[in-house]
Design a protein. Structure first.
Length: 627
C-alpha cells in the first residue's frame, strides 16, 4: 500500500496555521493583562546558561580503548560528536565496538541508560544512539515559521519530503495513516514535547489477559512507580497560582457533580514540572514555571523535568556516551553479537553529508518509541536480520486519544480560560496561561465498564500554534477550552511498513466506543457553563500517546517480547518462548493495551523494571556490578 501524504484538507490546515502564526502580534487577549511584561528578563537565555553551567559541573570516567577509565568533565552538552562512532569502529580487537547500545533516549532508553551506566563495570562501553538532535532549554521554537509542527522528518510525508528535504532533525514528526501519530524527537525523546502529566495506571488495566502473567497482580509496578517519581519529581499547580483555565476545568467538574450529572473526581494533575527555582538530585539547575503554556513545544524557561535534566545526566555521569543525529535503520544477529546499522544526519553543528555506518554490541536495547522501535524491527525482519513474532506491528493503541473543543465566546460573557499560549521570548508572560495541562477529571471508577474509564484534561495551545488554531476553529482561545480525552480503545491497529516508513492501519479508530463516550461527556462539560461543544477538527484521528506494536506476551504466539522486554526468537516456531540473548525492547511499544491515562509514568516504571532485570541477569555479570 502506498504511503499517504498530506491531503488537500491537511495542506489547507497547515497553510491557515502558518498564516495565523504570522498574525501573532495581533492575537493579544482583549482583557487587561494579569501581570506586566518584563522585557528585560531574558528567560530563554537564562535557561540556556543554567543548563550549560550545570552540565559543565558534571564529572565522570569513561572507558579508553585499552580498557582503562579516563576522567572527563562536562562540556556544555550531554551528547558527543556523532562522528566519534566512526573512531570507535573496530577499536577493541576481539570485542564489540560497544558492550551495550541503547537505541533512543525517551522514557525507555533514558531510564535504561541511567540504570545500566550506574552499575557498569570498569571498561564497559555504553552508547545511546538518538535520531534527533540535542535541544538546549531556551532554544526551542517560539513561532510556527521557525519550525514545522508537521513532519520535520522529511521522509514522513511525500509533500514535506519535497519541501523539507534538508531537515530530518526537527523537534516534531507526524506519521500519517488511519491514525495520525505525533512524536517528539531529540535527546530526551517525547519528554521534550509532552504535557508532563505523571498519572499512575489503575491495577484493573494490568489485570487484563493481554498483559503477561507476571504483571497482572495488583501493585507489581509500585516500587518502579516510586523510582520514576523520585527521578521525574512531579508537582501539582500551587494553590496560589491557579489559572483561569484550571479554575474553569475543576469548576466544571464540581458543578456537574453537584448537579448529579457526573460521578467523577476533578483534581490538579501531577506534572513533571518545577514550580520553584532550585537544583535537582542530578545537579541540574531548575527554574520555576512561569505558566506560559508552551510545554508542548519545548520549555524555554528550564522548568520542565524532561529526561535531559534527570535520567540522562545520571547516565552521563555513569559513563554512558550519547550520540545524537544517529538514525538506526536495522539490527541483525551475527554470532554472539548484534550489528546495528545507522545513518548519520548532519546539520550546522555537525556538518557533512549523510553517512551510513554500522557498529557491533553484545547487548542492544531498542527504545525508539512505538513507531520507531516497530519500524526498526519490521525492517530488520524484512532484511532477514531477525526472526520475530508474527505479532510484530499488531496491537497498536492510540490510548483512546480524542480532542474536543468547548467554545464559550457566544454564551456566558464572564467565562474566560486564557488557554492561548503567550511564550516567554519577550520576558515574563503577559498573563498566566498555566502548564499545557493542569487538571484531570477522572472517570476511572469501579461502577463504569473499562471502555468508559476515561480522563479528561484541560489543554492550552502553545504560542507557536495558538494563532493558527484560533483561525482554524474560528474561536477566541481565551474564551474556549480544548479537552484531551484518554481512554480504552481496543488496541486493534497495526503498524506496517509503507514505502519503508511505519504507518498505522486502523480504519475503525474513529468509531471506538470510548470516543463516543468521550463526546457525550464533553457535551455535558460544555453545558455546565453554557458552552458549545464540537470535535477539535485540526487533529481528528490523532494520537500523541501511541502504544503497542512490540507488545508483551507470554510467548511469541501472543507477543513480541516477554515481561522482561526480551525479544522472542521464532526460529523454532511461533509458539516459542525462546528469546534473543541480550536483545530487549523497552518503551511504549511493549504496552499491549490502552492505559486510559497519560502514559509517561507507566512507561518509565516498566523501563525501571526492565533495567533492573538486565543488570541482575547472571548472563550479563561480565558487564554489570552486583546491586
Amino acid at each position: 500500500m502506498a504511503r499517504r501524504g498530506l491531503s488537500r484538507r491537511q495542506l489547507l490546515k497547515l497553510g491557515v496555521t502558518a498564516v495565523g502564526a504570522s498574525l501573532t502580534p495581533l492575537a493579544a487577549p482583549p482583557r487587561a493583562a494579569a501581570q506586566d511584561s518584563t522585557a528585560s528578563v531574558d528567560l530563554p537565555r537564562a535557561a540556556q546558561d543554567a543548563h550549560r553551567e550545570s552540565v559543565n559541573r558534571l564529572r565522570r570516567t569513561v572507558p579508553a580503548p585499552d580498557g582503562t577509565e579516563v576522567a572527563e568533565s562536562g562540556v556544555s552538552m550531554l551528547s558527543s560528536n556523532p562522528g566519534g562512532l566512526r573512531l570507535g569502529r573496530g577499536a577493541r580487537p576481539g570485542r564489540p565496538d560497544f558492550d551495550v547500545v541503547i537505541v533512543g533516549s525517551g522514557y525507555g532508553g533514558a531510564v535504561c541508560a541511567a540504570r545500566l551506566a550506574a552499575r557498569r563495570r570498569p571498561g564497559v562501553k555504553i552508547a545511546v544512539l538518538e535520531r534527533g538532535k540535542e535541544w538546549m532549554p531556551g532554544t526551542f521554537p517560539d513561532r510556527l515559521t521557525s519550525f514545522n509542527p508537521l513532519l520535520p522528518f522529511s521522509r514522513r510525508a511525500s509533500w514535506l519530503r519535497e519541501q523539507l528535504s534538508a531537515n530530518p532533525l526537527g523537534l516534531f514528526g507526524f506519521y500519517n495513516g488511519d491514525v495520525q501519530v505525533v512524536i517528539g524527537s531529540g535527546l530526551g525523546g517525547g519528554s521534550l514535547t509532552n504535557c508532563a502529566v505523571a498519572l499512575e495506571t489503575k491495577d484493573n488495566v494490568f489485570a487484563q489477559a493481554a498483559w503477561p502473567a507476571e504483571l497482572r497482580s495488583p501493585g507489581v509496578l509500585q516500587p518502579y512507580y516510586a523510582r520514576a517519581r523520585a527521578m521525574l519529581d512531579p508537582h501539582t499547580t500551587p494553590e496560589d497560582r491557579f489559572t483561569l483555565k484550571l479554575r474553569t476545568h475543576l469548576g466544571t467538574a464540581a458543578t456537574l457533580r453537584a448537579r448529579g450529572v457526573w460521578n467523577a473526581e476533578g483534581y490538579r494533575a501531577p506534572l513533571a514540572i518545577s514550580f520553584a527555582d532550585g537544583t535537582n538530585g542530578q545537579g541540574m539547575r531548575r527554574a520555576g514555571c512561569v505558566q506560559c503554556g508552551d510545554c508542548a513545544t519545548g520549555c524555554n524557561v528550564g522548568a520542565k523535568n524532561s529526561l535531559d535534566v534527570n535520567y540522562l545526566p545520571l547516565a552521563w555521569t555513569g559513563g554512558a556516551q550519547m550520540f545524537t543525529q544517529v538514525d538506526v535503520t536495522g539490527i541483525a544477529r551475527f554470532g554472539d553479537l548484534y550489528q546495528i546499522d545507522y545513518v548519520l544526519r548532519p546539520d550546522a553543528n555537525h556538518p557533512g553529508r549523510e553517512e551510513a555506518g554500522n557498529l557491533t554490541a553484545a547487548i542492544v536495547i531498542v527504545s525508539g518509541g512505538t513507531m520507531g522501535s516497530t519500524e526498526i524491527l519490521l525492517r530488520s525482519r524484512q532484511q532477514g536480520g531477525l526472526r520475530t513474532s508474527s505479532s510484530l506491528g499488531k496491537g497498536f493503541s492510540g490510548n483512546g486519544n480524542y480532542l474536543g473543543f468547548v467554545d464559550y465566546q457566544y454564551t456566558d460573557p464572564t467565562v474566560y480560560t486564557d488557554s492561548g499560549g503567550v511564550g516567554v521570548t519577550n520576558g515574563v508572560p503577559r498573563y498566566p496561561v498555566g502548564a499545557y495541562i493542569e487538571g484531570t477529571i477522572d472517570f476511572r471508577r469501579p461502577e463504569r465498564p473499562l471502555e468508559h474509564h476515561i480522563v479528561l484534561e484541560d489543554m492550552a495551545h502553545a504560542s507557536p500554534l495558538a494563532p493558527g488554531v484560533a483561525l482554524l476553529m474560528l474561536a477566541d482561545l481565551d474564551r474556549a477550552m480544548t479537552l484531551l480525552g484518554c481512554g480504552h480503545d481496543r488496541a486493534e491497529g497495526e503498524i506496517r511498513l509503507d514505502r519503508d516508513v511505519a504507518t498505522v492501519h486502523w480504519p475503525d479508530y474513529e468509531r471506538q466506543p470510548c470516543h463516543a463516550e468521550m463526546a457525550r461527556l464533553m457535551e455535558q462539560y460544555a453545558g455546565a457553563y453554557g458552552g458549545r461543544f464540537r470535535q477539535f477538527t485540526p487533529a481528528k484521528n490523532y494520537s500523541a500517546h501511541p502504544l503497542g506494536g512490540c507488545r508483551m506476551g507470554d510467548s511469541a504466539a501472543t507477543g513480541v517480547v516477554n515481561h522482561r522486554g526480551q525479544l522472542f526468537d521464532t526460529t523454532a516456531g511461533d509458539e516459542s518462548t525462546t528469546v534473543y540473548p541480550g536483545l530487549y525492547v523497552a518503551d511504549a511499544s511493549i504496552i499491549p493495551t490502552a492505559l486510559g491515562n497519560n502514559p509517561l509514568l507507566t512507561i518509565t516504571a516498566l523501563a525501571e523494571r526492565i533495567a533492573e532485570q538486565i543488570v541482575s541477569d547472571p548472563a550479563h555479570g561480565a558487564f554489570f556490578r552486583p546491586g
